[in-house]
Design a protein around this ligand. Structure first.
Ligand SMILES: [Zn+2]
Length: 445
């Protein structure tokens, strides 16, 4: 009896000690990039209490905190992709049949290992996530990156990519009563935004008529929902902004942006998601870039994809495709436009279109996007703010996420090297933290 009592007291003491330790963690001697855009701050301490940051400062003390000495490491917020698609790829295939709970979880875990802590799935979601999955994921109650959703989007019959996801809706005119009904149904799912595809995909398909997207935007706004548009052409950007669109979800790629559009985007507070990596993945494999043979890329792929993209036949086909030149030129235009749009003071937000096809590597794409933004002329710190703070702004979760500050959620990653010096250093991920806990210990390189 006495023995069991003392064992009980022993357990109690141990559990009290443990709970004190679990409650607070002190990271010491870190270099912090907080997401606000300022210079990295050296040799700071960060105190975590539960799932939130309690303090960041010099020589912090906390009596019962578990102390981790992270001398030489850099800490930055987790990345947020405001334009991705998940659940569809499996192996070399991309199809609605792959959209299962297990596949979604596996992909959310993959993103998280790559330091992508949240993503907005841009208009390709199916009913199974709206019975609690999306809400639990977003709240951080499921493993992996937090999932935000645009629900199901609106394209044209037979057009890529909506048709491939089984999502195209046929609206014949702006007066089609179906439009209001569809937006009512979508609004019940509480999507972050409404997604529309306004593109002729290189003149190979019919473009959504202006009266139709005007009606969709009007109905979405009636529900206080913002609208994000897939587009390609400058002329469509003008028309969509005039119709009230809120978010441009890809780069303007047919020509350089002019002063008129810059002024309009600024005035209307348009958020701009360049998705440079989306276009890069459509032509870069043809050049057999060195990154595609590195572990950091290969570890992000579904089985069979590396074999596919590294095969000479695949690369030759990509180079000889009729769309190759258009894609490459469009990409170069997109890079120039990003710099002009950023410099005009328009809010740029990171997004990649990752996961829409097996070659748009989930998790890796977000790091490539940072590098391509820097190649476009942004500084590494600007590209990081675009991928953390600005993305949280788009998702309207910036009260809790996007920057590292006292009071915010402790979702961050620990890097071996400082990305302010070289943006490729975001690939030196050693730890990923979510809700104040280290959830993955990785060294993909
Ligand atoms: Zn997309």
């Amino acid at each position: 009896m006495r023995k069991s009592l003392s064992a009980f007291i022993g357990c109690l003491i141990v559990s009290l000690l443990c709970s004190a330790q679990e409650g607070e963690v002190l990271l010491r001697h870190i270099c912090i990039i907080d997401g606000n855009g300022g210079k990295p701050a050296e040799n700071l301490d960060m105190l975590i209490n539960g799932d939130r940051i309690a303090a960041i400062g010099l020589n912090l003390h906390a009596k019962n905190a578990r102390v981790l000495d992270l001398s030489g490491k850099t800490v930055m917020p987790v990345l947020i992709s405001a334009h991705s698609h998940i659940g569809y790829v499996k192996g070399n295939s991309s199809s609605a049949a792959n959209y299962t709970r297990d596949n979604l979880l596996q992909q959310l875990n993959r993103y998280e290992r790559y330091g992508v802590g949240a993503l907005l799935c841009m208009g390709t979601d199916r009913p199974l996530i709206f019975n609690g999955f999306r809400d639990s994921s977003r709240a951080g109650l499921l493993p992996g990156a937090r999932m935000y959703s645009a629900g199901f989007g609106f394209g044209m019959p037979g057009n890529p990519p909506a048709a491939a996801f089984g999502l195209d809706k046929k609206f014949t005119s702006g007066d089609d009563p179906e439009i209001a009904g569809q937006i009512d149904a979508l609004a019940k799912l509480k999507p972050e935004v409404v997604k529309i595809w306004v593109d002729d995909f290189g003149a190979s398909n019919s473009k959504m008529p202006e009266p139709v997207y005007r009606a969709i935007i009007r109905e979405a706004h009636r529900h206080r929902l913002r609208v994000a548009a897939h587009l390609y052409y400058l002329a469509d950007a003008y028309k969509l902004i005039d119709a009230g669109v809120d978010i441009i979800a890809h780069s303007i790629r047919d020509q350089d942006v002019d002063d008129g559009i810059l002024k309009l985007m600024k005035e209307k507070h348009i958020l701009y998601i360049p998705t440079l990596s989306r276009d890069a993945f459509e032509f870069m494999y043809a050049d057999d870039p060195s990154w595609m043979h590195e572990k950091f890329y290969k570890a992000s792929l579904e089985p069979g994809v590396y074999e596919m993209v590294s095969a000479k036949e695949f690369q030759d086909n990509m180079r000889n495709a009729p769309s190759y030149n258009r894609t490459k030129t469009g990409f170069e235009t997109a890079m120039r436009n990003l710099k002009k749009i950023y410099d005009a003071g328009i809010i740029v937000v990171m997004g990649t279109d990752s996961g829409a096809t097996p070659t748009r590597a989930e998790g890796f794409a977000e790091h490539l996007e940072l590098q391509l933004m820097v190649q476009s002329g942004l500084t590494p710190l600007e590209a990081i703010t675009v991928s953390t703070k600005n993305a949280a702004l788009l998702l309207r979760c910036n009260k809790d996420y996007g920057t590292l500050e006292a009071g915010k959620k402790a979702d961050f990653m620990v890097l071996g090297q400082n990305p302010a010096l070289n943006i490729r250093n975001t690939e030196t991920i050693e730890q990923v933290w979510k809700n104040g806990e280290m959830i993955a210990l990785t060294s993909p390189k």
